[in-house]
Structure formats: structure tokens, C-alpha cells
Design a protein around this ligand. Structure first.
Ligand SMILES: *Cc1c(COP(=O)(O)O)cnc(C)c1O
Length: 341
């Protein structure tokens, strides 16, 4: 049975073209840097975000944690948003892998206040203080927003003034670039390292990229091995990643349009309150008055009718559009939603 899956954009299936490229990929042992397809993907990825070099990693979480580990020493403090992915959704890995302490700051729909970032930096020498090792930002943000370039620039300038690197969690950087009307490079220039995902809206089955200076990537390559992420004939996966980067970045705009359409349709249902200040990418967040439909009833009604959604998280519903969700599918979702009322 085919499901319309609104749980995330990670559920996208690889395209036929990807499957074919994977089957035919030229491969080698990537730990020896002998895999021509991985090498090609890494070169392409670096170019796409305007960095010297890039590295293929198994997942976005892996890539973020690899960057945190490569930038910092144990016992360092890193500054980041209280609602970013590294803080909320990476199983506390920064404490386990890099051994760093998270100094979380409040955000406004994902955006950090540069003044607070600067204030949080431990600049004076004090025997009690940890060293500030890294600042992390996220764009597009998991709350469904994009962060404006001037905010990123201010934070990067602060990092430079204090000699602290900035890492960008750009899991959905191509969504952010489309929403801001800029090139991915124009966002990535405000960070020292970036992670972005191939396996979300871009449709590749597995994998993320880390990019930065050549020196940083060489250090990260060794740490990737330490973390168990040295993969062998990974060109089979990289082949899909190349197609993701060459052919799938521009089409993300369709997901944005479908999300806007879904948001508009949902907002017409009495008792549904769409978060319309967080509608920048392919995600729709909303609250629903308790008496409208109980949580489990909607989840089950949808499931019976071939639609997968997640339950409420922190009081909010989240529907995500993706490659495998069309405008007609959204009409069907709205029809089934109304049927459940
Ligand atoms: C999905 C996501 C990640 C992690 O990617 P995984 O491949 O699921 O580990 C990191 N940051 C953000 C903002 C994400 O949305």
C-alpha cells in the first residue's frame, strides 16, 4: 500500500535514476580514498557550499558531532540555541563523543541574539571557567524558519573577534537558500564548518556531508575513522548523493509551495491554529483546540486511509511535505481531515 507520509522529509524514497546510478557506481575502498564516486561527491559538495573540501558521513547527527569533536577539546563549552537539533535531538552525543558542555541560549523562532552569544563567550581567564570552543547555528531551523544572513554574519563576526569557530547545522541548507533567494554558498560563507543532509528532501537514501577548510576536513577524516564512520565501497551510496546535489536542490521549492498550500487549507478548519510565522520551508506546524479531534483519533483515521503523521510534540502537530507528496495528495489529506471532524 502506498502511504502519503507527512512525518518528515527523511521518508523520501530514492528516485529510479538514483537506484540505477547506485547499481552502476564505480567504487573502491574509501578509507584508502580510493572510491572515485565518493571523491566526486566530496568535490561537488565542497563546490556547492563554497568550501575547500568536504567529507561524506553516514548521517546528519554523525556530521554535526564530528564537527563538534573536531573543533573542540574535552571540557570545552559550546554556545548554541536551546531549541536546535544538536541540543534537542542528538541523544546528548556532544557530552559523550566530544565531551563538551552545552551552553544553550534562548532563540526567537530559531534565531540567536548576537549580543547574548557574545555575552556567553568566556573571554577572560578565570580558573573556574571552561574554554568556549565553538558556536553553533542552524539554518534552515527545525522550527520551520530560515535565519536571515545579517544575523549569521553578526555571529560569524563575533566568532572571528574572539577566535572561536562557527559551525552551521545546514541539514536543510538548500531549503534555506531557496527561501532566502540566495545561493547555498552565501549562507555557508558565515561558518567555518557546515553539515548538510543528502537524505532529507533531496531524496538520497543515506548520507550527509561535512565541509570546511582542507585542514579541517583532514582532521575530521581521522575523527570520522575514530567514530566508526570510515566506510568502504561507499560509492554505492555516494552515487545517489551526486544526483541529489545535481538534480534535486531546485525542486525543493515545490515542497515549499505544497507546504504553503497545506498551511492555507489547514488554517480554514475551525479550531486549527497554524504557526504562520514559521512557514519558510517544507514544514507546517499547528495547534488544534482539544475539542476538535483527539490526537489518537486523527492519527488512526489518517493511518486507516493511507496517511502517516506523527503525534503531537511539545503541544504542536508537524506536517512535512516532500518529494513523494503532491498537491493532489494534500487535497486528499484535507478531505480526510474534514471527514474526521
Ligand atoms: C535531520 C537533522 C539532523 C540530523 O540528521 P540525521 O541524518 O537524522 O542524523 C541534524 N540537524 C537538523 C536541523 C536536522 O533536521
Amino acid at each position: 500500500m502506498r502511504y502519503i507520509d507527512l512525518r518528515s522529509d527523511t521518508v523520501t524514497m530514492p528516485t529510479e535514476e538514483m537506484r540505477k546510478a547506485m547499481a552502476e557506481a564505480e567504487v573502491g575502498d574509501d578509507v584508502y580514498q580510493d572510491d572515485p564516486t565518493v571523491n566526486r561527491l566530496e568535490k561537488l559538495a565542497a563546490e556547492k557550499v563554497g568550501k575547500e573540501a568536504a567529507l561524506f558521513v553516514p548521517s546528519g547527527t554523525f556530521g554535526n558531532q564530528l564537527c563538534v569533536m573536531t573543533h573542540t577539546n574535552r571540557g570545552d563549552e559550546i554556545i548554541l540555541g536551546e531549541d536546535c537539533h544538536i541540543t534537542l535531538h542528538e541523544v546528548g552525543a556532544a557530552a559523550v563523543i566530544a565531551g563538551v558542555q552545552l551552553r544553550t541560549l534562548p532563540s526567537k523562532n530559531g534565531m540567536l541574539d548576537p549580543k547574548q552569544v557574545e555575552k556567553a563567550i568566556r573571554c577572560e581567564e578565570d580558573i573556574h571557567y571552561p574554554h568556549t570552543g565553538l558556536i553553533c547555528v542552524e539554518n534552515a531551523h527545525g522550527l520551520g524558519t530560515v535565519i536571515p544572513l545579517d544575523n549569521l554574519k553578526e555571529i560569524k563576526d563575533i566568532g572571528e573577534r574572539h577566535n572561536i569557530p562557527v559551525h552551521l547545522d545546514g541539514a536543510r541548507i538548500f531549503n534555506a537558500a531557496l527561501a532566502l533567494g540566495v545561493d547555498a554558498k552565501d549562507i555557508a560563507k558565515y561558518c567555518d564548518s557546515i553539515m548538510f543532509c543528502l537524505s532529507k528532501g533531496l531524496g538520497a537514501p543515506v548520507g550527509s556531508m561535512v565541509a570546511g577548510t582542507r585542514e579541517f576536513i583532514e582532521k575530521a577524516r581521522k575523527n570520522r575513522k575514530l567514530m566508526g564512520g570510515g566506510m568502504r565501497q561507499a560509492g554505492i551510496l555516494a552515487a545517489a548523493g551526486i544526483i541529489a546535489l545535481e538534480k534535486m536542490t531546485e525542486r525543493l521549492i515545490e515542497d515549499h509551495r505544497n507546504a504553503a498550500y497545506l498551511a492555507d487549507q489547514l488554517s480554514r478548519i475551525p479550531g486549527v491554529h497554524v504557526k504562520d510565522d514559521r512557514l519558510d520551508i517544507n514544514m507546517v506546524f499547528f495547534e488544534m483546540d482539544d475539542e476538535v479531534i483527539p490526537e489518537q483519533k486523527l492519527v488512526e483515521h489518517f493511518r486507516k486511509n493511507g496517511i502517516k503523521i506523527s503525534g503531537i510534540e511539545e503541544g504542536e502537530w508537524r506536517f512535512v511535505t516532500n518529494l513523494n507528496v503532491s498537491k493532489e495528495d494534500i487535497d486528499y489529506v484535507i478531505e480526510k481531515f474534514k471527514e474526521c471532524l
